[in-house]
Ligand binder design. Sequence first.
Ligand SMILES: Nc1ncnc2c1ncn2[C@@H]1O[C@H](COP(=O)(O)OP(=O)(O)OP(=O)(O)O)[C@@H](O)[C@H]1O
Ligand SMILES: [Mg+2]
Length: 263
Amino acid sequence: MSNSIEIQKPQLPRFVNPIIGMYDVEVNFDGYKALNNINIDFSHKGVQFVIGPNGAGKTTILDAICGRVKTSKGKIVYKEEAEIQNRKPEEIVHLGISRKFQNPTIFNSQTVFENMKLALLTGKRNIWYLFRYKITGEQMDIIDETLSKLNLLEYKNTISGSLSHGQKQWLEIAMSIINDPELLLVDEPIAGMSPSERDRTGELLTSIGADHTVLVVEHDMKFVSNFSTSVTVMHEGRIIDRGSFDKIINNQQVIEIYLGRQN
Ligand SMILES: Nc1ncnc2c1ncn2[C@@H]1O[C@H](COP(=O)(O)OP(=O)(O)OP(=O)(O)O)[C@@H](O)[C@H]1O
Ligand SMILES: [Mg+2]
């Protein structure tokens, strides 16, 4: 694949060698442009937030990157080597992009270990195969290591349905990173969490961001200010600004459209 991606309307300084580049991307829902000529890129590593008022297009950005919604225009380029717009979600996962959804999608009746095993074996479609499959020692180590990263190792044999809300979210994050994705997409990870669970989640995302790129949609400004390495601000399907938290909160347009509103 060619390395020369044509950038037609740069709005913001570009990164050298971004993990994701979006160029003139449009998502059109029956005539409504949920993404309207998006030109943005995201650098490797760190915890990069996408913020903006309700309906700004934040979830749609994640959906477009992971292949869950179709783009009607533009290019989404992964690691400057693969165009991924409108590819099948399973193909995109295979390239190293993992998505954690807002609502937990774990099997409540299964143990934490069983959920991790299923996540590890994703892509092997036959359900009978999945349940009968005996994992290797090496695979067990990967599960243990990942659970330990998310502070869940002691819950390995616990039925997942009995975990707290925060722990279920962390289990899902563990399941999302078990296949070692380069890019993790996370939508509103701290909704419904207690203050201490929020802080713990921020710390966990920060530690994941040391080795992976984490792209997080979030409303909670305190959380964004505490844990962001960069912030992208959206409004009505467009990018308004991108930079450090201190930079974006001093942007008058951002103050008007976002920070001034009651959350
Ligand atoms: N499948 C769909 N069909 C039609 N319109 C949609 C669809 N998904 C999203 N939209 C619309 O696109 C716009 C952007 O939605 P999106 O979910 O990306 O917003 P958001 O920034 O994530 O908002 P929130 O903070 O409320 O989660 C909204 O106006 C929404 O109503
Ligand atoms: Mg959303």
